[in-house]
Unconditional design. Structure first.
Length: 256
């Protein structure tokens, strides 16, 4: 059964002045049986069929992979794919949550281009997946003749507890390396931004997850001290699409 849009519920976009909406492919509803081996999920569709879907998320998904919750998948009739279904959303008690980690980079770049990120306005070009430093890539590079180049690294955040969004949801040496790369770029005169995209609607603030990866938290604070800017935005999600919503306050106090 293909899901029909439920406008007016769970964050519909009606009368929004935001332009940077990314539409979902047609969504099919089911319930989560289990997620396993990080990239696989068994799902019972509403018609009773049990399918194995690709889970495009390498994190622990600590706060968004509970069995029995309603989930939404897309179907792809591509003979080159091993799995025809991709897990896109899960409906947690307080919010729809975006599972697909390919969405944040696309959404952030799109929102910058449509002028929905005030802090990153005024640039003429938006380039993605830029080589920076030794064996490292940064998600977005913004350029304009009258200002410094701006590197933006985007992180997907789905861990929210009692309104507090935290990142990461598992130890990430790769994420720590990105912080070091951004600091190196700042030292050369570039502008650098660490951008946390919270793919759910129940957060009111952001902090590093010191209880999960204290080294990441320490390096994030060091990066901020050394000139790396930090932004956190939540999103508005409904069954039509997803868009950037509100800038959230950031708390860098230690909280191990």
């Amino acid at each position: 059964m293909v899901l029909t849009t439920q406008s007016g519920k769970v964050g519909a976009f009606k009368k929004s002045n935001k332009r940077g909406i990314i539409a979902w492919p047609p969504l099919i509803r089911g319930s989560l049986i289990k997620r396993y081996k990080r990239f696989l999920a068994d799902i019972r569709l509403d018609d009773g069929q049990i399918v194995t879907a690709h889970c495009p998320n390498s994190g622990s998904m600590k706060a968004c992979c509970q069995p029995g919750q309603a989930v939404y998948v897309s179907y792809h009739d591509n003979p080159k794919r091993k799995l025809n279904y991709t897990w896109e959303l899960i409906h947690m008690p307080t919010s729809l949550v975006g599972v697909n980690t390919q969405v944040p980079n696309r959404l952030t770049a799109h929102a910058i281009q449509t002028g929905d990120v005030d802090e990153l306005s005024g640039y003429q070009t938006v380039r993605r997946e830029i080589k920076a430093g030794e064996n490292s890539r940064i998600d977005i590079l913004l350029e304009a003749p009258d200002r410094r180049p701006c590197y933006v690294e985007v992180k997907n955040c789905t861990l929210v507890e009692d309104g507090l969004a935290t990142f990461p949801d598992a130890v990430t040496t790769r994420g720590q390396k990105h912080l070091e790369t951004l600091q190196d770029l700042v030292a050369t005169g570039c502008r650098c931004v660490m951008f946390y995209l919270i793919q759910r609607m129940d957060a009111d603030r952001f902090a590093p997850a010191d209880h999960i990866d204290p080294d990441y938290g320490t390096k994030l604070r060091r990066a901020a001290k050394n000139g790396v800017e930090i932004l956190a935005y939540d999103v508005l999600i409904d069954f039509e699409g997803i868009r950037l919503n509100t800038k959230l306050p950031i708390d860098l106090r230690f909280s191990v």
